[in-house]
Design a binder for this molecule. Structure first.
Ligand code: SF4
Length: 211
């Protein structure tokens, strides 16, 4: 008999709420990523959020502090949200995978992309967050989040910014992850940042205009 696929499902609370998720998340053993990370990092933001932003996984700083999007990419996201006219305190931010996956190089912990098995294992947490929040617009930041929401064939480079209907939100879209802007060659960084702000501005306009 084939061994069962890793999944977070048995670790979810029986009655779903955002506080119950945060309470249960540290006990998750749904895949092996909990073994080396400092802690699980759940989503953050108001229950009434109309917009949910989904990243890939916590980064080094998020792992240490136990909060999503508080590292360098999070600071860039904050700036882009402000420029696009979206109030960060009204947005819920979370990740497709709740534990930091990394590789140690000397004293540094270098981000490592989660595998498809790990992304699938962690999906029940994201699904639970979205079931509770029922957002108007879901925004995937980067390929991992986009493929979690739209499927493995989705390509952010081709389809970014396009708003479509989705079972987990009234509409869903994708753009790049702010860490991709930080990693871009210096001469491209400003252009990438402007495109990111444009995508977020389109989300705000869609929300305001209902289109
Ligand atoms: S990454 Fe997700 S599924 Fe794996 S242990 Fe952490 S919370 Fe559980």
């Amino acid at each position: 008999m084939r061994p069962a696929a890793p999944t977070a499902a048995p670790f979810l609370p029986h009655v779903l709420s955002l506080p119950a998720i945060l309470e249960a998340l540290p006990g998750c053993r749904g895949c092996s990523l909990y073994e080396h990370a400092s802690q699980a990092v759940g989503g953050e933001g108001p229950r009434s959020a109309s917009i949910v932003l989904i990243g890939e996984q916590p980064g080094d700083e998020e792992d240490r502090r136990g909060r999503p999007f508080v590292g360098p990419a999070g600071r860039l996201l904050d700036a882009a949200l402000e420029e696009s006219g979206i109030d960060r305190t009204t947005v819920f931010v979370t990740n497709a995978v709740k534990h930091f996956k990394f590789e140690e190089r000397g004293k540094r912990r270098i981000h490592k992309k989660p595998s498809l098995t790990e992304i699938r294992a962690c999906r029940p947490w994201l699904e639970a967050e979205l079931l509770i929040l029922k957002p108007k617009i879901l925004v995937c930041l980067g390929a991992t989040a986009a493929q979690t929401i739209f499927g493995a064939d989705y390509r952010v480079t081709k389809e970014r910014g396009r708003l479509v209907t989705h079972e987990w939100a009234e509409r869903a879209t994708a753009t790049i992850h702010p860490s991709a802007i930080l990693r871009a060659p210096h001469e491209d960084r400003n252009r990438e940042y402007r495109l990111f702000v444009d995508d977020l501005t389109a989300v705000r306009e869609a929300l305001e205009g209902g289109n």
